[in-house]
Design a protein around this ligand. Structure first.
Ligand SMILES: *Cc1c(COP(=O)(O)O)cnc(C)c1O
Length: 385
């Protein structure tokens, strides 16, 4: 059996090596390292793929979120509601911009921001909601857009884990995540579903004026050379990274399908095992379970170990050469940087529970049946012991 990796970037590279090597060398020959033609081509190709009017490439997914918030003109003291159960980057940029993060609990089934909790957190100072399509499954965007409309709020989708995922709207339209809210962001960190070979990110919007504002912000607030109209940042996607991304984008749907395939096999083996809750594969638009559903892109395949020894399972898997991860072990509201005396523990019952139960299994495009069977057998062996 091949050695099991959490993410197998080497294996994936073998299939695209010629194309990647040629395009990267071409960039080097051209010496157009920053904002070269590759960046522009990638931008257009991603706009087409996502069905979104504007893609603004930038340096990483954290910058993408920050620049999106700057572009919306959010001001210090404005409250921004986001999920307690996500990667810290989401809340970090809110705090950095001196906006007030308002963390709320998540849904125990899809792990995404809880709709009632959003409603309860709204105050006259609320200006935006940041849903995160956690682990590759869309948040309940219909409900979130309804709340935003009613209270005149912006919606910023953190799509770092959800690139290529679809959301099925209540009138059964399938749309790609990232282009549903007023603005969206993603990350091309190597381990993400569409990863480059370094850092990269992008911002998405269908709003022409906002796109224009954001294009200036990522380039030192310049709209005309050496005229700085607003305070901006330096956040660019390297041409070499764009070349890698152009080689990989045509495979993104196949990559996500390979992840879904692995997820189906995991779930088939683990769905009737006591103490294990397998992840839902479906966005919560009242859609019934279907084998062909393409909602979830399984950035992570995350089990809940209920009334069991999650930490013991982590050790057992590691002892059997199976890497695994706990995303995330600490709720954001309990992190030193983001603690706030206004928070009440009883408002975070789901997140507080999930951090004790979740375990993410190896998930990438190169997993084979033998590896999946070995992994699921080792899990069952531990649970039944
Ligand atoms: C990875 C990630 C980010 C940050 O992306 P970087 O490119 O690493 O800056 C933001 N939000 C979420 C949910 C992520 O998973």
């Amino acid at each position: 059996m091949k050695k099991i990796q959490m993410v197998d970037l080497k294996g994936q590279y073998q299939h695209i090596k010629d194309r990647v090597n040629t395009s990267v060398l071409n960039v080097i020959e051209s010496t157009a390292f920053v904002n070269g033609p590759e960046v522009h081509e990638f931008q257009k190709e991603l706009e087409n793929y996502l069905g979104v009017k504007h893609v603004i490439p930038c340096a990483n997914g954290t910058d993408a979120l920050q620049v999106a918030m700057m572009g919306l003109g959010l001001k210090p003291g404005d409250e921004v509601i986001t999920a307690d159960f996500t990667f810290a980057a989401t809340v970090e940029v809110i705090a950095l911009l001196q906006l007030t993060p308002v963390l709320v609990d998540v849904d125990p089934v899809n792990f995404n921001i809880d709709i009632e909790a959003i409603k309860n957190a709204i105050t006259p100072k609320t200006k935006a909601i940041v849903p995160v399509h956690l682990f590759g499954l869309a948040a309940n965007m219909d409900a979130i857009m309804d709340i935003a409309k009613e209270h005149d709020l912006y919606v910023i989708e953190d799509n770092a884990q959800g690139i290529g995922a679809t959301y099925t709207t209540r009138d059964m339209q399938k749309v790609k995540t990232g282009g549903i809210g007023h603005v969206g962001s993603t990350s091309f960190f190597p381990s993400k579903n569409l990863g480059c070979y370094g850092d990269g990110g992008a911002i998405f919007t269908n709003d022409d004026a906002l796109a224009h504002t954001i294009r200036g912000i990522v380039n030192h607030g310049m709209y005309e050379r050496y005229h700085h109209d607003v305070v901006g940042v330096n956040s660019r996607l390297d041409s070499i990274q764009a070349a890698v991304l152009r080689a990989k984008l045509p495979n993104l749907d196949a990559y996500n399908e390979a992840r879904r395939n692995a997820a189906r096999k995991y779930s088939k083996a683990l769905s009737n095992i006591p103490n294990i809750i397998t992840p839902t594969g479906y966005c919560d638009a009242g859609i019934s379970i279907c084998d062909t559903c393409d909602c979830h892109v399984f950035h992570q395949y995350t089990l809940r170990i209920v009334d069991g020894d999650r930490d013991g399972l982590v050790k057992h898997l590691n002892a059997n050469d199976i890497p695994c991860g706990v995303y995330y072990p600490i709720p954001l509201h309990l992190q030193k940087a983001y603690a706030d005396s206004r928070y009440n523990e009883e408002d975070f019952t789901v997140t507080n529970q999930l951090v004790k139960e979740v375990i993410s299994l190896p998930m990438h495009t190169e997993l084979d049946d033998e590896q999946i069977e070995y992994i699921t057998n080792k899990i069952i062996e531990f649970i039944k012991k």
